[in-house]
Design a protein around this ligand. Structure first.
Ligand SMILES: O=C(O)CCC(=O)C(=O)O
Length: 264
């Protein structure tokens, strides 16, 4: 699947692109059916919220479930990423951010490159974050907030926050957020289940806690150029995968196609 010229233009101008209806209801349903068993696994790749026992983010899913192994190679995600970056990409990170009803906690203001660079020594802010909404995402259940155009301001100063949530993150100062938002305002990335979202490594974003009674699960795949791979290896594999093999897209119907005869 290729992005149209106007979509590419919007991506480069705003720093993010929302693609409503990219995945069908049946595809989303099949993916969601895998989640309870994955959440129940006792693994460090399931990061729990700071308060309570709810899973905040379930990571490394393509290594834990065959359907997610297909999703990370899905042409509707991989081909636009290859089109934007024009070079071989490896699977850097795979997760579902759960943001459960009533309990899902905040993601502070940040851009992903601050963590990719600060923790993993990724040289350049080239990685793309590709999301798929597994629930309807609305203004009230903890959507991502973007500052459109913030990617054009380069890498803002960031500090490592290990206190606010259970997931250490390099976060952006409030004064920087205020100044950037003053220029362009904020956008809440909302849409029905099956909507996809693409944003780059310098896009300043955040999401509020989910006080609503509605779950808000979002799948996230980070693809990074093989030539821009991590140079430090302190974080566990589920936070930055070590395998630099270039990702190759599967067939478009890979999520729902029946398994070949004889396959387990
Ligand atoms: O899932 C969220 O609410 C935030 C996710 C996020 O900030 C990210 O994927 O970088």
């Amino acid at each position: 699947m290729k992005l149209a010229g106007d979509q590419l233009e919007r991506f480069h101008r705003d720093g993010f692109l929302i693609l409503p209806g990219l995945f069908s209801r049946d595809e989303v349903r099949a993916l969601c059916a895998r989640l309870p068993a994955l959440y129940a696994e006792d693994t460090p790749a399931n990061v729990r919220e700071r308060q309570g026992d709810e899973v905040r983010t379930a990571m490394g899913l393509h290594l834990r479930d065959p359907l997610f192994a297909k999703l990370v190679r899905h042409p509707r995600l991989v081909e636009p990423a290859l089109q934007i970056l024009g070079q071989d990409l490896y699977i850097q990170q795979v997760k579902v951010n759960v943001k459960a009803a009533f309990t899902g906690e905040v993601w502070q203001w940040h851009y992903d490159f601050a963590t990719h660079h600060g923790e993993d020594g990724v040289p350049e802010p080239l990685a793309l974050n590709l999301h798929v909404f597994l629930d309807p995402v609305t203004e009230i259940n903890g959507p991502l907030y973007f500052i459109p155009g913030s990617h054009q301001h380069g890498a803002a100063p960031a500090t490592l926050d290990t206190a606010t949530t259970s997931y250490p993150l390099w976060v952006v100062e409030r004064d920087t957020v205020r100044a950037l938002a003053h220029e362009t305002g904020l956008v809440a990335a909302t849409g029905p289940a099956g909507t996809a979202l693409i944003f780059g490594d310098l896009m300043v974003h955040a999401s509020p806690g989910n006080l609503s009674p509605y779950d808000r699960r979002i799948f996230s795949l980070i693809l990074n150029p093989v030539a821009n791979a991590q140079t430090r290896f302190e974080r566990p594999d589920h936070k930055h995968h070590r395998d630099p093999a270039p990702v190759r897209p599967l067939a478009d119907d890979c999520l729902l196609a029946p398994a070949p005869a004889g396959a387990a």
